[in-house]
Design a protein around this ligand. Sequence first.
Ligand code: ADP
Ligand code: MG
Ligand code: ZN
Length: 498
Amino acid sequence: MPTVTGLSPEVLAKYQPVIGLEVHVQLLTRSKAFCGCKNEYGGEPNTHVCPVCLGLPGALPVLNKQAVEFAVLAAKAIGCEIREISIFSRKNYFYPDSPKGYQISQFDKPIAEHGALIIPDAEGNDKRIGITRLHMEEDAGKSLHDGFADSATRTYIDLNRCGTPLIEIVSEPDLRTPDEAFEYLTKLKEILLYTGVSDCNMEEGSLRCDANVSVMLKSDFTERGAAAYGTKAEVKNVNSFRYIRAALEYEIERQIGVIEDGGRVVQESRLWNNAEGRTFSMRSKEQAHDYRYFPEPDLPPLVVGAEWQKQILAAMPELPEARRARLIADYGLSAQDAATLTAEQAFADRFELAAKAAKSPKRVAAILLSEITMRLRAAGIEFEQSPVTLDGIVAAADLAEANAISSKQLKQLLDTCFAEGRDFLYIYDRDKPQQISDTSAIEAMIDEVIAANPAQVAQFKGGKRTVAAFFVGQVMRVSKGQANPALLNELVVKKLDA
Ligand code: ADP
Ligand code: MG
Ligand code: ZN
């Protein structure tokens, strides 16, 4: 990896990076966290607002039940314990897009704590990343710095986002490399998407990450927890996992450079500039007491008792890891195929529907993962727009499994489906691909190929039986893909052994 700061790999290797992530996730509730306003991305600026989310004097917040349920579901999905009585607190700070002058958040008694995610480390081994807490809070509005004729001199405010329910998920400082941070975020997003509590759309800001990072001489480092690590800087609101990785790579080297120059890293918030590939200082970080947290007097303690928890957890779907294990066990898939199929819940659902209807789930996986995915990608469309439906995939898989079509014919049929925008069975019935199942006709073609390839025949006779596949391929070509594959396989071996 080229260094971004010109430090030598030897110098970089002397230091141990420590990373902890704070992830904010917008919840997909119908209304906002503490009022009845629509919780929806976009809209005419300042139209989804009311006295509560505008912070007008005298307006009182009422907690959204669905937001609590989503928070509990997400918390349980990442292994957290639910606190039966949690407390909302005011986090006081002024920001132009936050008209109340404080944010309703949770402080010392968050709704959930002590979770963990398992990620693969650099060697592919499981590594446990602790999750300190998951707490509920509300989002702020947006300051619009560009896009207006007078943007050079003015900032506009859109308060539609004010009061959108958030969960904040805080990791322990257990991550050691930018790659591990990337893996953690990927896992976290995958799980949250499965629970359905958020769309996790990073472009629209539904999932946002602040990355905390410090470095320390390896000679001084032991795994002792945050208090014993170096001074951290925080990179705010980076809007893609890849940029977060790049920002961390840069920030680690910047901090090492500061220390190597005899300086000290200062605790601060920094911004990532992707165009320049650097982070910039934004503001020195407030200490926790600067927020003057105190319990929110307008909201009672939140009680999530055992009975309510049970009701909420009834909606817990099968999570990605469990689903992967089940797909391997139930359908005999490889770990790699199971991982690809379960990366998105809808994709896994689709596979299972087809797999249940078809004769061979493995054949369905193969067609879905290669033939269909490849053609969708080439056409630049999603499965929802695919001309070949799930029924089409089942039909194709069954025909291929029964050797009624060769793999070449399957590819040709699918090409035609995508070219004409028609489903598989329509094209299959119309084009009725010819299949040669006449033994003597196939034998004649095999003889022809055997005569033309004496070297390969010798190899086969010499004991290299895998060469049979070469002859099958050649005859398939001669037959323009029309030879019955099962019959062909059988006859080739018979002829070669004769
Ligand atoms: P703050 O009060 O400054 O927000 P927290 O203790 O709440 O700090 O931690 C915020 C995040 O920073 C957590 O994800 C935590 O794991 C991480 N973190 C804490 N100390 C360090 C450190 N020395 N280096 C890197 N990350 C850290
Ligand atoms: Mg914090
Ligand atoms: Zn409102």
